[in-house]
Design a protein around this ligand. Sequence first.
Ligand code: FAD
Ligand code: DLZ
Ligand code: SF4
Length: 518
Amino acid sequence: IKSIRFILGDQLSVSLASLRDADPDHDLIVMAEPNSEANYVAHHRQKIVFILSAMRHFAHELREKGFAVCYFDYENQPTNSFSDALKLALKNHPVKQVIITEPGEWRIRTEIETWADKFGIVLDVRDDDRFFAPLSVFAEFAENRKELRMEYFYRQLRRTTGILMEPDGKPVGGQWNFDHDNRKRLPDDHRPPSPLTFKPDSITQALLNRVKQDFPNACGDHESFGWAVTRRDALTVLDHFIEHRLPLFGDYQDAMTVKSSTVYHSLLSGYINVGLLLPDEVCRAAENAYRVGKIPINAAEGFIRQILGWREYVRGLYWQMGPDYGKGSYFDARRPLPAFFWDGNVGMNCLHHAITETLDNAYAHHIQRLMVIGNFALLSGLDPKEVCEWYLAVYIDAFEWVELPNTFGMALYADGGKMASKPYAASGKYINRMSDYCTACQYSPNKNTGPDACPFNALYWHFLDRNVDKLGKNPRLAMPYRNWSRMNGDCKTALIEQAEHFLTQIDTGKIPKPSHQA
Ligand code: FAD
Ligand code: DLZ
Ligand code: SF4
């Protein structure tokens, strides 16, 4: 054995930079399930089972290819950290060289940086080229720019990859963006098809049987586990999505409904983030479906923008901002996370659905994450640290490089606008326009004050009013501030009192529960 190839839980791709030149005769693969990774937040039980099962299947695949895999599972060979696992591996196989692909978060990057000195080895850390853009390309993009915006980075990547581009350098369909076509409400009689799920095999089932007792800090329900855990099954999900869901993905991209927790979304984020699917193959499959006439341009562009645009942008931003991104709070928000984030027991029907579905499935789609839960956290002034920890824990796809910019930057605007040009703050009228949640809610989206007024309405004005120093000059908020200033004094006072009453209900834990439980 000449070298160790250390593979992390979100690096399950055979084409990984640190695997593609590996040689079964000379390289030892090391993988581990350390205590540190299971416990840095109260991960959802499905997330733990998903990652561990996918890792175990991946190790099996590598063994079938002839590799020796030294696998530290949590049951039989427990370890405290990745460093601990490497130390044990080196004890049995004292090699000079360790090869790894750069990890997905600062915490582990810092840990790995100690390895060369600590273990007296040569450490080869390779770029993670599963992304479209190397980090140096983002750094160059960011250089000399006063503000960073996704749209420009996305267009740059469309050009360099040629995805959805005409030979003459123009975007396919004549526009870069079809967002205005992608804001339809789901018709009342329309029920989206169910996504593809899988019956757990013996490896997954064994983990499901033990997850509750072995990971007592974990949250959420594991009963509904239907995730793919191998590349083969993840590819089947991709095909199924392209065939049955992508055609209407664009139209209903922003829609929310009690009838479906997934609408037309792909549910591919977990697979892409752990490496079972590659972003390039996912985008090319969507592009191909458009080019052969199976899907409209608003679906193809809308979907590809999420991966080639947002996913690449947030990854670049995470590393560009440095290890302190995520500390502090632009609005000085300090309210603790309400207990209902852990059980969904809240009477606001939109929030009740979004949180309950999250805890049941380790999944909520983007608009639920951003415009319901995130919007609530922003308007109520919840502490960004606690909110970010919650998001990092509860979703199947949550890894810090992607979770943090989305939560801290996009949803909470806690970075003061480094990630997004304005806070995604909205009243109940937005939620009512894009969903059917309000019909069965004890509150009314059309009322601003009174016991049955939608709390989002007064909170929205309270948020703008209390942050006027920080947001009053933002041109994108000129209209709501103008409306606020034109409102008469009594009206303003009533709204502020209404919001403060509600905030007190949060602080005292007396926020109304769903009416059937009240
Ligand atoms: P689809 O709607 O089908 O989108 C297709 C793909 O595009 C996704 O699979 C994902 O790979 C990518 N994508 C879409 N939006 C984003 C985005 N904003 N940033 C990065 N990639 C994106 N995504 C994560 O992968 N991990 C997270 O921890 C995470 N946390 C989030 C927290 C908040 C507060 C918000 C607002 C968004 C977060 N997102 C996160 C982004 C997005 O909500 C999820 O990627 C998406 O909901 C996953 O479901 P899907 O695969 O069905 O996505
Ligand atoms: C999130 C997670 C969990 C729960 N467990 C493991 C594990 O047992 N082994 C592992 O290698 N990775 C795990 N992960 C993912 C890591 O916390 C981390 O986010 C990535 O490895 C960073 O690249
Ligand atoms: Fe949510 Fe308000 Fe609608 Fe109730 S009325 S579902 S709280 S937006």
